[in-house]
Design a protein. Sequence first.
Length: 209
Amino acid sequence: MYLLYPGLSRVASYNIDYPRNRTIDNRDTAVAYEVELKIRVGCDVLDELRKRIVGKGGVFQVSREETDYYFVHPCRDFLESDEALRARFVDGKIESLTYKGPRLKRDLKTRYEIVVKISSGDIIELLNRLGFKVGVVVVKKRDYYKYNDVLVTLDVVKDLGCFVELELLGDSEDLLDSIVEELGIEGKVVKESYAELLMNKKIGSLDRF
């Protein structure tokens, strides 16, 4: 297990200190802030998007199933503080524990992040004993592509549908919007996390009774 401790970059710079050639399973440097854009798309366009990404020079990296457990804090409301604690399992095996801080007020795509890589152990039981409880479970099939300085993922999320996520690997935030246009990605921009979308859907279902 090792800790990816955030660097001392200035918030205003949106500095993402990823290595330029980083791959999905090789986050071996500091991560101060993540900058990403999520777009809801029709599931029928994913195959065409895959072809378009590769045809324009993108590189396929990996396809995998991710199960994310989001925890409820025993002492404060993560919904009010706009924070999250997530344990991620990949193809049934624990991979990481991630803390996500509040989104920056001026740009809801940007938030502070710390990732701890974990190779074994019952992290859910450990957190339960500390008072944390599982609040939401997000299950998705995700394909990863590297496209210029952006990590593009095509997601099929259980009970939610299909999405494209673009995560900035360099330091030019405007690159996200330009790549959306370049790849012809059409859909609705979503600022909520998958966990928030699932919670809202659950609340909406309860309101009907």
